[in-house]
Design a protein around this ligand. Structure first.
Ligand SMILES: [Zn+2]
Length: 281
């Protein structure tokens, strides 16, 4: 007998027929849950049609590969991310910091946040190396941390500070941080890591590492947002945006890499959070 510190996947892989049947039930219940959640999300205006379709694909893949239990952190991310996107939406709109389409997320949002954890889950299933399960949780912790830091942070009374430029900019500017957003980032990362801890059966690494890496993910997002994300300026209202048009006018490129949008930044930070969790000794 070799002594392995992490035995969660070993436990999941050695199954009797009865256990396999229960896993099948688990997956069917999970798929049903994915459908219900996705349709509710669509009905409540959390996603548009492309977000609905891509959400069903990602959610179903997670359920089929990982089972119902491992769908829970993703569900938590989707539910609290959607609630806080809608929270005080009118105020965010006045500040010019609201998500477009009344906060309905589309396929690029869903895939940018959903593909990284799915990759780690798939590698975990194939390799049965529990490090990749940690990466899966870390990646979702980063998604949640980043979304909450943005959606709560923009409600900060003080304007946020743009990283590396160290000056106050309007709320919602990519790469800007506020203390309120930072607290939200930490707490939401902690929430996902608590789920990870419980699902792992009380393994401390599953508490500490996703909490740390998830929080780090939201910082990576701000760094990329400040340094490389495309920034354009609206000739009418002067707002910095990444959109090609604003107030009905064509915007002008002022900084960052052209075409390097929010979706790509989110994808990289979510992937990075997982990869960093893999290299922590
Ligand atoms: Zn404008």
């Amino acid at each position: 007998m070799t002594d392995t510190p992490l035995t969660f996947s070993n436990h999941l892989f050695k199954k009797s027929i009865a256990e396999k049947i229960s896993m099948l039930n688990d997956q069917l219940a999970g798929l049903l849950l994915v459908m219900i959640v996705a349709l509710l999300g669509y009905k409540k205006g959390a996603v548009n049609l492309s977000g609905l379709a891509s959400g069903i694909v990602i959610g179903s893949a997670v359920v089929l590969i990982g089972g119902l239990l491992l769908f829970l952190p993703l569900l938590t991310f989707f539910v609290i991310g959607s609630i806080f996107t809608k929270y005080k939406y009118d105020l965010k709109e006045i500040k010019g910091a609201a998500e477009s389409e009344k906060g309905r997320r589309g396929w690029s949002n869903v895939l940018a946040n959903g593909i990284p954890p799915l990759i780690f889950l798939l590698i975990w299933k194939i390799s049965s190396n529990d490090g990749f399960l940690l990466a899966f949780f870390s990646s979702i912790a980063a998604d949640t941390s980043d979304t909450l830091s943005n959606e709560v942070g923009v409600l900060s009374k003080k304007d946020p500070v743009l990283l590396f430029y160290w000056r106050r900019v309007p709320a919602g500017t990519s790469g800007a941080i506020s203390s309120l957003g930072t607290i939200a980032a930490f707490l939401s990362s902690l929430l996902i890591s608590l789920e990870s801890y419980i699902i792992s059966g009380g393994n401390t690494r599953f508490l500490v590492i996703p909490a740390f890496c998830g929080f780090l993910g939201s910082i990576i997002d701000s760094i990329l947002g400040a340094l490389v994300q495309e920034k354009r300026v609206c000739p009418s209202c002067g707002r910095i945006t990444e959109n090609k048009s604003h107030c009905g006018f064509h915007t002008r490129h002022i900084a960052g890499v052209k075409g390097f949008g929010n979706g790509l930044v989110n994808f990289i930070m979510s992937l990075a959070a997982g990869v960093i969790s893999l290299v922590i000794p």
